[in-house]
Design a protein around this ligand. Sequence first.
Ligand code: AMP
Ligand code: MN
Ligand code: MN
Ligand code: MN
Length: 276
Amino acid sequence: MIYDLHSHSTASDGSLTPTQLVDLAAESGVSCLALTDHDGVDGIAEAVNAAKKNNIDLVPGIELSVSYQRKTIHIVGLQIDIDYKPLCEGIKKLQEYRLWRAEEIARRLAKVGINDALPGAWEYANGNMIGRMHFAHFLIKNGYAKDTRSVFKKYLVKNKPGYIHGEWAELDEAVGWIVGAGGIAVIAHPARYPLKRNKLRKLVKEFKQLGGRGIEVVSATHSINDINTMACLACDYELHASVGSDFHDPDVAWNKMGKLPPLPEQCQPIWHLWNN
Ligand code: AMP
Ligand code: MN
Ligand code: MN
Ligand code: MN
């Protein structure tokens, strides 16, 4: 069985529709895929249908944006009931914040001479989820940077014109919505946060006390060293280990579906929580 428990579709900032994403997962040999769009579940129904046709398992998921100690972190929810009311209400609040933030990003870009960024970003966004990736596409198309990496570096990260300090969900809210929805909360790509060792351990401890069950040990954004460090962290706190590519786009060379390193031996795979 090949598991990929973190991926994005056009329902957030991925470039494939849920159907195209599931088709690609099946072609790539993935047997269990989680769709985990940012702050939304609009792609799940379509993905479930596509998965039935391809005879693969589709885990309904989400990747929630969370503000933790003035930093943004991401919490993945797996096997969630997408109709759970408090989760839906939480999503609505996050999407409203995204709308306001998008307007603010456009205002700030206008101050450095980049006009019409809001309608420009909306051309790439699908439905109600708008994020920095859609601004990235607009800026690249208009020649402000050559690729995604450089456009983020120049315009969309801290201390750059199009960056705003996020005010997302609280950690306890996000974990509560996921657990309430019958799901499993997982800390996404833990090696990517600007948190020193002790701060990360504090986050993991708090997360576990709130009902969190897993951390993403294997992620396409993790080095082998990160994988080993996170495997130890998972063992220390008796958390289950997840595996996810964080796939967004088939044109991104370093992030191929179904091509992740295996979980280290000592890890308890997160799917043991639902495969009994
Ligand atoms: P948002 O949630 O709208 O702030 O956007 C976060 C998303 O932007 C991430 O999920 C990635 O898809 C993308 N992203 C963030 N930072 C970078 C970066 N440095 N390079 C490329 N993509 C990035
Ligand atoms: Mn993204
Ligand atoms: Mn993320
Ligand atoms: Mn992601």
